[in-house]
Design a protein around this ligand. Structure first.
Ligand SMILES: Nc1ncnc2c1ncn2[C@@H]1O[C@H](COP(=O)(O)OP(=O)(O)O)[C@@H](O)[C@H]1O
Ligand SMILES: [Mg+2]
Length: 376
């Protein structure tokens, strides 16, 4: 995707409530026409960020700009931003048409323009057939669509969505996620979604901002935050992790990164890293369950520079398209590996008690410093 100009910018934004820090020096640049998701656990400050962008909350310090102009102090109705709140906040006594038309009527927009804009907005969310219905005559997903139409009708530059899909059941949620992603692509409106659901963030977003305790931990594409997490918090929040301790023997430049020779589980091995480490430094090697390779110990062939841990299967867990294997290593630690079913095998290939050799797909490891980290 081409680099687009910045539409919304938060610079050094901090906010406390009654002395408790909700946001701490937050910098976020939101690009024109992108789908950006703010992802993090409950209470990390996601809603506060949306409220600050929307103008419902003022930062204690820092600046918010929209379209290059600082908007601190500008009331919500003067910003080219619309918010779809967590509770859809539809007027219960008004039908769908009047709910969507309400804001335009207040602005004294001519009646025929209101009609065409409301119809267009309802068509975008596929709710054109329901203009006469009252909110209580609609399903949760339909109410959600009306709430989005009510925001779209204002033709905002930015649409803010707060945990918009979490109340829907899984199937409907998946459908809404795809529909809203396509809607965003078709309209070219910049969307900012807040969620605690990593899968939702990955499905919908061009870029993800991972937050923890009022701070931005990492900004990147879904793939970057999953495959190149910058710290253990991000790694653990966006997926399952296996961690191994290692000690650096030597480190030399390799391409854009570094080749690290390290002692790991009693063996010397070679790792690829995007950071430089010094000899003697303690590091952590992070591997996703799908990165691990399992072989029956009696069948594996040792190869130089390829660390292999010995362990045994504790249990296997059926997951539908894959199965998980819980392996206890000789040092007592447990790792989780995801395996595909063998085409020819009638069931899973590994069984509790099997002696295994555990290695991984070369180069898929992430090496992180062994500093104190805020883990999950
Ligand atoms: N209006 C408020 N008054 C007092 N505390 C608040 C208010 N809004 C948010 N907070 C606090 O700020 C922190 C961040 O809240 P919030 O932004 O709602 O988090 P999230 O949306 O990520 O769950 C929480 O500790 C919350 O209790
Ligand atoms: Mg929230």
């Amino acid at each position: 995707m081409e680099q687009r100009k910045t539409l919304v910018e938060l610079r050094g934004v901090s906010k406390s409530f009654d002395g408790d820090v909700a946001l701490s020096n937050v910098d976020i640049s939101i690009r024109d026409k992108e789908f950006l998701t703010i992802l993090g656990p409950s209470g990390c400050g996601k809603t506060t960020i949306l409220r600050i962008i929307g103008g419902f909350e003022t930062p204690d310090s820092g600046t918010v700009s929209i379209g290059g102009a600082v908007v601190n102090g500008l009331p919500p109705e003067k910003r080219a931003v619309n918010t779809v709140f967590q509770s859809y906040a539809l007027f219960p006594h008004m039908n769908v048409f009047d709910n969507v038309a309400f804001g335009l009527k207040m602005q004294k927009v001519p009646a025929d323009e209101i009609r065409s804009r409301v119809e267009e907005a309802l068509a975008l969310v596929e709710m054109g057939r329901f203009v006469k219905r009252k909110p209580h005559e609609l399903s949760g997903g339909q109410q959600q669509r009306v709430a989005i139409a009510r925001a779209l009708v204002n033709k905002p530059l930015v649409l803010l969505l707060d945990e918009s899909f979490s109340a829907l059941d899984r199937r409907l949620r998946k459908q809404m996620q795809m529909d809203i992603k396509h809607l965003q692509q078709d309209t070219g409106i910049t969307f900012v979604l807040v969620t605690h659901d990593q899968e939702e963030a990955f499905t919908m977003s061009d870029r993800v901002v991972v937050m923890n305790h009022g701070r931005v931990e990492q900004v990147g594409s879904p793939r970057q935050v999953y495959e190149e997490p910058e710290n253990l918090f991000v790694a653990g929040f966006v997926g399952e992790t296996n961690l191994f301790d290692a000690s650096v023997i030597s480190c030399s430049p390799l391409g854009a990164g570094f080749r690290v020779e390290a002692e790991m589980g009693g063996r010397n091995c070679f790792l690829i890293s995007n950071r430089e480490y010094v000899p003697g430094e303690a590091v952590r090697v992070l591997l996703r369950p799908e990165d691990l390779l399992l072989e029956l110990y009696e069948e594996y062939e040792a190869a130089e520079g390829r660390p292999v841990f010995k362990g045994h299967v504790v249990e296997t867990v059926y997951k539908g398209t894959t199965y998980d294997v819980v392996v206890e290593l000789e040092n007592g630690s447990t790792v989780l590996a995801t395996e595909f079913f063998n085409e020819d095998a009638e069931s899973v290939s590994f069984r509790p008690g099997d002696e295994l050799a555990v290695s991984w797909i070369e180069g898929w490891e992430v090496v992180l410093p062994h500093e104190e980290q805020s883990e999950l």
